[in-house]
Design a protein around this ligand. Structure first.
Ligand code: AN0
Ligand code: CP
Length: 315
């Protein structure tokens, strides 16, 4: 594997998920493969899980890590070609990224969408600016449109806990007070469309995802109906794609509750975290025995390790 930008860098999603499950059983089996190598992790946005689990994965493979909150710990970066830099930006991506790539064997980047400029976001403007100016592999730690390290983890977790070969997996929109990226939902949908599952998406009208990501998923606007016979409920809020970056209403009745989970086939509950309790997900779901959210977050380490191992093998 050269880069890990999205699912198109993966030959077989199901197989990579199985490799992550195998790594979990012996996570130090390849601890010299990354010896004398350094991964630089660049965060343009907040992170708890990605920041720690990706570093742990790198350490398990013998790599060193350096973490930078770009624009906070370093200089404000300019991305526009030809910019006259007499404003707030102090360093151009052309030098900034090139210099980082001198110090790094692998670069991880988190760069959320603007949620105001759809065309720019869906062109993956910032991610591509980095790619143009570095000469080492790049790992997407959540970009403007996708979060593939999360989605690989999600597929891995579904395979670990599924009692069936072809489970019914439901991605449900849930309420939030802030406009959030479509990334996790886009990416989850894309990976589920590559997996051997029955996949349903449920959301209020107006929250349709870009069809490039939702693909052939069955869309069900009645949440209760979508939950029937589900084996996994995967909840996430996202802002609208059509009315780009907008929240279309409060929709408090879309919060995931234990009562709704009772409509399913004893489904497990999943969420990428962070989540806002009793706004997006009720306490009785997050505190239940069927919630996988902590185990799912723990799996981030092994999914990242499966990806970094593939990249190191190709260096
Ligand atoms: C981010 C999002 O929705 O993309 C990160 C999730 C992993 N979440 C928030 O901003 C709350
Ligand atoms: N799920 C996830 O990516 O969490 P963080 O934003 O805390 O990294």
């Amino acid at each position: 594997m050269k880069n890990f930008l999205n699912i198109h860098d993966v030959v077989n999603a199901e197989q990579l998920a199985q490799e992550a499950i195998a790594i979990k059983q012996q996570k130090f089996a390849n601890k010299s493969i990354g010896k004398d190598k350094t991964m630089v992790l660049l965060f343009l946005n907040s992170s708890l899980r990605t920041r720690i689990s990706t570093q742990k994965a790198a350490h398990n493979l013998g790599m060193q890590t350096i973490v930078l909150n770009l624009g906070q710990d370093s200089w404000q970066m300019e991305y526009e070609d030809g910019a006259v830099m007499n404003g707030t930006t102090a360093e151009h991506i052309k030098e900034g990224a090139a210099v980082i790539s001198e110090y790094a064997d692998i670069i991880g980047i988190r760069a959320f969408p603007t949620l105001t400029d759809r065309e720019k976001d869906y062109s993956e403007y910032v991610l591509h600016k980095f790619l143009e100016n570095v000469n080492v592999p790049v790992v997407n730690m959540e970009s403007a449109t996708v979060h593939p390290l999360q989605s690989l983890t999600d597929l891995m977790t579904i395979r670990e806990y599924s009692k069936k070969e072809k489970p019914k997996v439901v991605l449900s929109w849930a309420p939030h007070i802030k406009p959030l990226p479509q990334c996790v939902a886009n990416s989850f949908a894309e990976w589920m469309n590559h997996a051997d599952v029955e996949f349903v998406i449920t959301h209020p009208k107006g929250y349709e995802l870009n069809e490039k990501f939702s693909g052939n998923a069955h869309i069900e606007y009645m949440q209760d109906k979508a939950f029937e016979n589900a084996d996994f409920i995967y909840a996430k809020n996202w802002s609208a794609y059509d009315s780009y970056g907008k929240i279309l209403g409060d929709n408090p009745d879309w919060m995931i509750t234990d009562k709704k989970m009772q409509l399913t086939n004893h489904a497990n509950f999943m969420h990428c975290l962070p989540t806002r309790r009793n706004l997006e997900i009720a306490d009785d779901v997050l505190d239940s025995a069927y919630s996988l959210v902590i185990k799912q977050a723990a799996n981030r380490e092994y999914a990242a390790q499966a990806v970094l191992k593939k990249i190191l093998e190709n260096l």
